[in-house]
Design a protein around this ligand. Structure first.
Ligand code: DGJ
Length: 782
């Protein structure tokens, strides 16, 4: 997997090669990252400089070392020795200059993953991964950079990170240090980023790159839903199933930074790491600084090919090992059903109804503690609100457990309301600056996780509740961006953001190392911290507070480029939707939520008997297929997503296609049902998920279809609507994988000329699921 031949460093995964070369100057030339290459070819991947450009700076005058570093594709660069492309590292050196010059010193190859002291770096058995550590030394001082590369063979992923070691006798100050950097030739690339905000997370955007630097970063103190840390760099023209693309993501939950810099010579430099904005880290003599790790992958089969690698990496090497391939329970969450307005009776009723429908996990969300009757008070306190929970948490948990359900609880451990017992006693625990009124978000301040005493408090309080209530699940929320950055525990405030994240990881580590079987779902006002750092501690994330299925299609699609369905927690809620007021069919709400970890977040009292029965069927269906739905390979389609969207998840012998209509078209196109990557010579049976249509979909039009003229505004209509539903284009057929890959002609959609049970009635926001099962009888052709 890792070969070091003479001056060549060759890293191989199952399908990819990554290579660099030790130059005469002992700097590292980046050679290649792409599909597997022979070693012979690698000799041909060097830059071929045959002429000098005016105003260039040569590294040294000496023959062979008179190289203009600016013209070289490099593996990592220093500062101030003639490379004018964007610098990955800026350090104030012992001589008070900012000039550094890191060159090869030695290297070492290690089996498996090399753990970091402070940050998550993925995991693997020693036969699944190999690590190369290349140590570079500054030409003047005893200061070293270790470039660390771990090859995850099967996942086609290379993890990169940097460690700075100060072996000089002086303090140095780090202003910028990237986890990784590499240079490729090419002005033909575009960028895909995943941006948004609260309730509109991870929408995919294409960015045209031009000369200069494009930055995708966060400065909110968390990875943020403004800009996810993951990006895709792709060759113009690439799409879901075709073309060259690089995917890069950071295992970090704080302020991140990815820069793509196009030089005048056409070199594209890519780097990723901690956001240098407000970053300044003083490194004492004989101490080290570890950057977070970046993961890198490549595919020549378009974005779906890249997703496959990234998904495999996350499912097998990022999320905690004990959750690998471990199917996740179906939850009922109390938030959208009750918000703060609940008591034990209401909760038990909700749990009882949910249990009867097949739900496995009951989650009590915000509002169970202290004086927490709205969002202005109580955060930071852990005493149970006995006015709401008359038997306390322990009583409630016992009752839920006795029903045969798992019990889960919401926490927002990183926050404090000024109206709380904690704040009264320890105002110094909050992040704020003497002499300034701290800015609040959702009436709360951030707790200073840089302080050990604060971390100890959180660990102690949560552990006690876990012990008493025997929690099976924790939802870990975080509902505001940071401001007034200051920690009394830091000599240098430039380290604040990073130390906060290290503090957070320390807390998570201490709690979940002790209680490894608690399922941790992280959340930050929805997907404000949807990142690989949080996934290293908990295998699933609350994707968005937005449960409107149409909005969720865009959000889940965006997230799916770099994260697998098993990481996305998706709930079915009521319609019209709290965030959009959009009315959507119950089927569509399920048909979208099922591509991930399913849950429900609603008050069953608001549902009709028909809807309750439908939910029971949904849960049965999901349980039967959840291994595939959570861990199968997810694919997207190239399509006009404002008209329709399709999702595909492919398991070992079973696949599912979700076919969604966004806006109904009059006289809609005839459509194909298209699978991907099925065995061409094998037969598959296809079966739509049985769905019914209620009469109210037709409103006044029903008067033309039924023998008795029903008025939609009258009681009789509502009564008939309760008991009479129509079949809707249920399809069942058997064809070859070849035909399904090519596209199977679906039944026609409704177009206003009458309705019968063969017509697919989707309309606005309608959808259908197709289950595809591989049959044993291979087709024999002659
Ligand atoms: C924000 C979360 O995203 C919601 O799901 C819910 O837990 C609320 N916080 C509770 O305050």
């Amino acid at each position: 997997m890792i070969k070091v031949n003479d001056r060549y460093f060759i890293l191989e995964t199952k399908d990819l090669t990554y290579a660099f070369y030790k130059m005469e100057t002992n700097h590292l030339e980046h050679l290649y990252f792409g599909n597997k290459l022979s070693e012979n070819d690698l000799n041909e991947t060097h830059v071929k400089l045959t002429a000098k450009a005016g105003s260039m700076v040569d590294y040294l005058e000496e023959k062979g070392k008179d190289i203009p570093l600016d013209m070289m594709p490099l593996e990592y660069s220093s500062y101030g020795k003639g490379d004018f492309k964007l610098a990955p590292i800026i350090i104030k050196m012992p001589d008070n200059t900012f000039v550094s010059d890191f060159v090869y010193d030695h290297h070492e190859v290690i089996k498996g993953v090399l753990n970091a002291e402070t940050l998550p770096v993925g995991h693997a058995d020693s036969n699944e991964a190999e690590t190369l550590v290349v140590s570079l030394k500054d030409m003047k001082f005893d200061i070293y950079i270790e470039l660390i590369y771990t090859v995850f063979y099967d996942a086609n992923v290379i993890l990169r990170r940097t460690v700075l070691k100060n072996k000089s006798k002086d303090i140095i100050s780090i202003r910028k240090i990237m986890s990784m950097m590499f240079d490729v030739y090419g002005s033909d690339y575009e960028l895909m980023t995943f941006d948004g905000g609260w309730i509109k997370e991870a929408h995919a955007h294409s960015v045209k790159l031009s000369k200069g630097t494009y930055v995708n970063a966060s400065n909110t103190g968390n990875s943020s839903s403004k800009h996810n840390p993951g990006i895709i760099l792709y060759e113009k023209g690439a799409h879901e199933d075709f073309g060259s693309c690089y995917g890069i993501n950071l295992i970090y939950s704080g302020n991140h930074y990815t820069a793509i810099d196009q030089s005048n010579t056409g070199i594209l430099r890519l780097m990723q790491g901690i956001n240098p904005e407000m970053f300044e880290y003083e490194l004492k003599s004989d101490t080290v600084f570890e950057t977070p790790a970046s993961i890198l992958s490549y595919s020549s089969h378009g974005f779906n090919g890249l997703s496959k690698n990234m998904h495999q990496m996350i499912n097998h090497h990022i999320i905690p090992r004990q959750f690998e391939n471990n199917v996740r329970p179906i939850a009922i969450n109390s938030w959208e059903g009750f918000y703060f307005d609940f008591n034990e009776r209401k909760l038990l009723n909700l749990a009882k109804k949910a249990k009867a429908l097949g739900v496995e996990l009951f989650v009590l969300d915000d509002g169970w503690f202290s004086s927490r009757n709205d969002d202005t008070q109580g955060l930071g306190d852990y005493d149970v609100n006995f006015k709401k929970l008359k038997s306390g948490l322990v009583g409630l948990s016992n009752k839920i457990h006795r029903m045969g359900m798992k019990f889960g609880l919401w926490f927002e451990p990183e926050m404090v309301n000024m109206q709380s017992k904690l704040y009264e006693k320890h105002p110094e625990y909050a992040v704020k600056i003497e002499g300034r009124i701290p800015a609040q978000g959702r009436h709360q301040l951030v707790l200073d996780l840089c302080q050990e005493v604060v971390r100890d408090y959180i660990v102690k309080e949560i552990s006690q509740i876990i012990d008493e209530t025997k929690l099976d699940y924790i939802k870990w929320d975080m509902n505001r961006h940071m401001s007034d950055f200051y920690s009394a525990s830091l000599e240098n405030q430039g380290a604040f953001f990073h130390q906060y994240i290290l503090g957070l990881y320390d807390i998570l580590d201490r709690i979940f190392n002790k209680y490894p079987n608690i399922l941790l779902e992280t959340c930050s006002s929805g997907g404000n911290r949807f990142d690989l750092g949080m996934l290293s501690f908990g295998p699933q994330i609350w994707t968005s507070d937005n449960t409107d299925p149409i909005e969720r299609l865009f959000i889940q699609k965006g997230v799916s480029y770099l994260y697998p369905p098993s990481t996305m927690s998706n709930h079915v809620s009521l319609s019209p939707h709290a965030q959009t007021l959009r009315k959507t069919p119950l089927d569509t709400r399920f048909n979208v939520a099922m591509f991930g970890v399913l849950g429900y977040e609603l008050n069953f009292k608001m549902l009709t008997t028909f809807e309750i029965k439908e939910i029971k069927k949904q849960i049965e269906y999901y349980k039967l297929h959840r291994q595939t739905l959570q861990f199968g390979q997810f694919y997207r389609y190239n399509e006009n997503q404002y008209v329709r969207m399709n999702f595909l998840v492919k398991g070992v012998k079973k696949s599912f296609i979700g076919n969604y209509s966004i806006l109904a078209q009059s006289s809609p196109y005839l459509e194909l049902l298209k699978a991907k990557d099925l065995e061409p010579q094998t037969n598959y049976s296809v079966q739509s998920r049985p769905q019914k249509i209620t009469l109210d979909r037709f409103g006044h039009l029903i008067a033309h279809a039924l023998p008795i003229a029903l008025n939609p505004n009258k009681f009789l209509f509502r009564l008939v609507n309760k008991y009479k539903q129509l079949d809707n284009a249920n399809e069942s057929f058997t064809v070859s994988g070849a035909l399904l890959n090519h596209g199977y002609k679906m039944k026609q959609q409704f177009m206003g000329t009458g309705y019968n049970e063969h017509i697919r009635l989707l309309g606005d926001f309608g959808s259908q699921i197709y289950e595809i099962n591989q049959l044993h009888d291979d087709i024999t052709t002659n």
